[in-house]
Design a protein around this ligand. Sequence first.
Ligand code: NAP
Length: 309
Amino acid sequence: MEKVVIIGSGCAGLTAAVYTARANLQPLVLSGTLPGGLLTTTSVVENFPGFPEGVDGFELMQRMQQQAEKFGARVKLATVEAVDLSRSPYTLTVDGETVQTQTIILASGASHRHLGLESEAKLEKKGVTYCATCDGALPVFRNQPLVVVGGGDSACEEALYLTRFASVVYLVHRRDQLRASHIMAERTLAHAKIKPVWDSVVTEILDVKQDKVTAVRLRNVKTDASSELACAGVFIAIGHVPNTELFRGALDLDENGYAVLQRGSATRVPGVFVAGDCADHVYRQAVTAAGMGCAAAIDAERFLATLDQ
Ligand code: NAP
């Protein structure tokens, strides 16, 4: 029987692992299909406190894992297939095996929604990115035209952020009105460097043959006209999908699938705590996820202490 099982090995999960391991709870961390989480897909992380020279996202996560393991965490490359929270101890089916645990910290993160284009997948990290704060300042994007896809708050935030580096930011949206909040939309459209491209969808990102981004091919959804827009980078901000599907019905999820928290990191199921992007659609930063992981670890530790009384 496990005391703590942590589902997810991103910033939230591994910070929870450091804390619960240091509390001598020997947490079992189930890494999921992307060990280290979304941060491993970015290049240099420049906004994680303590790294004035920046740190490679993959390296940061490796170091967090080493730190957790040093204190006794066990990190297993494994995927949770089913959960039963109907009675304590809780039961997880992990790669066909049954794991029983007194507490769970759900830190399964969220995935970037993708356009679903073949060229998008081929040029990911070669000019196609899902995070302006992570990648916007890279030399390849400096003083270049950039494209942001999306019309929500994230797309506006990405576009505004990129104005610091780009020569011009094209905001490509599939309708003629932004979904973003009024204030964000107003600020975005008022910016001299941001040029909206309305009623348009990206049908292809060029140029796979050159192994870098040189342009996007667009289709106007009203006129069906096709066009090309030269750019050095494509920032896709069409929303996130929280990785909570497995917990539908077992935990409270909001209409977008994000876990709903009660008091700190607690859920309506005693002993089940949540941290990071699977519960947070507002901040979504490595450092906020780490903070939530710390909080969930402390909550789990206190919960376990009440069982011992
Ligand atoms: P969102 O509000 O769901 O917006 C996603 C945008 O992407 C929409 O404009 C949508 O178009 C577009 N889109 C979705 N799928 C697409 C596709 N396949 N192809 C092209 N376009 C597509 O997501 P978000 O912007 O990430 O925001 C998520 C939540 O976080 C929201 O509640 C938001 O308010 C919040 N948030 C807040 C802030 C802030 O307050 N500063 C910052 C970021 C996020 P349609 O409009 O046509 O549906």
